[in-house]
Design a protein around this ligand. Structure first.
Ligand code: SF4
Length: 75
């Protein structure tokens, strides 16, 4: 997954989902402190760097990124 090209914040899907590379900089009212891709169930990757997201096939998202579809990992 590390080799996938990074998704751009200006990608239409990214924009639609309010994706940001840095969750701490999100101004989206749905963002909760501490939520980022690394603790989202759609993310496959490490706690740092980048990984794959089921919502962005063929692209990588930032471990510290975030979007409105964030869903906490179970258990
Ligand atoms: Fe990140 Fe989850 Fe949104 Fe994918 S669905 S971009 S892993 S917060």
């Amino acid at each position: 997954a590390a080799d996938l090209p990074p998704v751009s914040e200006t990608d239409p899907t990214a924009k639609a989902l309010g994706y940001v590379e840095d969750a701490s900089k999100s101004t989206n009212p749905k963002h909760k402190a501490g939520d980022d891709c690394s603790n989202c169930q759609f993310y496959t990757g490490g706690a740092t760097g980048r990984g794959a997201c089921q919502l962005f096939p063929g692209k990588s998202v930032a471990a510290k990124g975030w979007c409105v579809s964030h869903t906490p990992k179970k258990g």
